[in-house]
Design a protein around this ligand. Structure first.
Ligand code: ADP
Ligand code: GN1
Ligand code: MG
Length: 351
């Protein structure tokens, strides 16, 4: 393992601190330090402006923390708390140009990689819906766009088409079926984005995976929304859809046996109930209908992003085996097919 002593020193930690690799995120490198802290090496290949990024997180957590205190809650457990460097900075950059940040570790919590009980997914929906409601009063103009066009699926489409043309990995001929599946859906993406253009911009999380909300271990209630790197103005349907993409699948995101991968509409229903309750039922009918479309859009987009990375030679998402991004792409496309067949029912549920 890399020598982190200089990093630790800059956060005021002794050299012999314990460091345990932590979590299953695809982007940052995460370590639990001395049980009570969490160190992250920010992925600056993905987040080019760590200063703007950390300023966003500071503003958002400061805003949430004040509201939590006013409501009589515990801000050290209900939102992320940044631990500053010894120089009072929000992050530390080492001699190699790598950026590190420290948070308080939120203990006695569960970070789920798979829905264990249907109620968990209701709770996940409530947590993300409530997060969006809380940020309803946050001034979005203060936020830097940490990844431009993050959920602009048409822009993602262009990147995908370039990756096909460039074929940097040399894998193009091996994934023609997946490429065809994606190309056939350009019109669908255009239609959904057109529908989106009539809907309000809100401050959204943009990366609403189940493991990005911590549950209280005892009560199994949603305690804290984490992974705030992509909090930016966005559409409610993207937060809804991205969570359903991950949590309403009967299998893991990287399952290789596709016969195990299904879209579970009852999990979708549970999430919808939680999300709408968490939002405070502020969404109008058009926006509620868009939630169903958001599931197809986000699942498709994510599958296309995995395929793009596979074609580009695995430079974005962390992989742990050969063809990992391709396996991930295949589960997403299977889910898209099943959602397409159940769209009417999905709309009926959110209506
Ligand atoms: P990534 O962007 O790589 O997904 P995350 O910020 O989501 O990184 O962190 C990875 C994992 O680490 C989370 O899914 C969660 O399990 C755990 N984690 C992150 N922040 C905290 C925290 N403050 N307290 C406890 N666990 C955390
Ligand atoms: C990444 O950071 P993590 O693992 O929570 C990615 C999401 C993808 C997701 C797919 C900043 O989320 O957009 O949907 O992987 N985050 C970023 O699992 O690109
Ligand atoms: Mg994460």
């Amino acid at each position: 393992m890399k020598d982190f002593s200089n990093v630790l020193k800059n956060f005021g930690f002794p050299e012999d601190s314990t460091m345990i690799p932590w979590g299953n995120g695809h982007i940052n490198d995460t370590f639990r330090v001395n049980d009570e802290y969490l160190l992250q090496r920010i992925n600056t290949n993905v987040f080019k402006d760590p200063k703007g990024l950390m300023n966003n997180i500071y503003l958002v957590t400061d805003f949430l923390s004040k509201r939590i205190v006013a409501a009589g809650g515990d801000p050290k457990r209900e939102t992320l708390t940044i631990v500053k460097t010894v120089d009072g900075e929000l992050f530390f950059t080492d001699d190699d140009g790598k950026a590190y940040r420290m948070y308080l570790f939120i203990d006695n919590t569960l970070s789920l990689d798979k829905v264990e009980e249907k109620e968990d997914f209701y709770s996940c929906g409530f947590g993300f819906g409530d997060f969006q409601r809380q940020l309803g009063e946050f001034d979005a103009s203060l936020l830097t766009e940490t990844i431009v066009n993050f959920h602009n699926t048409l822009a993602r489409f262009e990147t995908f088409e370039k990756a096909i043309a460039d074929n940097k990995s040399g894998r193009r001929d091996l994934v023609q079926a997946e490429i065809d599946f994606a190309l056939a859906r350009k019109g669908l993406v255009e239609d959904i984005m057109d529908r989106y253009s009539r809907l309000p911009l809100r401050v959204t999380h943009n990366d609403t995976k189940l493991n990005n909300v911590l549950f209280d271990e005892k009560t199994r209630k949603p305690l804290c929304v984490i992974d705030l790197d992509t909090v930016m103005p966005g559409k409610a349907a993207n937060d809804f859809g991205d969570a359903v993409r991950f949590g309403a699948s009967t299998a893991a995101e990287d399952e290789t046996d596709l016969s195990k991968v299904h879209f579970d509409i009852e999990l979708y229903r549970a999430f919808a109930q939680g999300f709408l309750a968490g939002c405070g039922n502020v969404l109008g009918e058009e926006e509620r209908i868009s939630l169903a479309y958001g599931c197809i859009l986000m699942t498709f987009e994510c599958g296309m992003r995995f395929l793009t990375d596979h074609l580009e030679g695995d430079t974005y998402f962390k992989i742990h085996r050969e063809n990992h991004n391709l396996d991930r792409c295949r589960t997403q496309f299977k889910l898209v097919s099943e959602m397409e067949q159940q769209l009417d029912k999905m709309i009926e549920i959110v209506k």
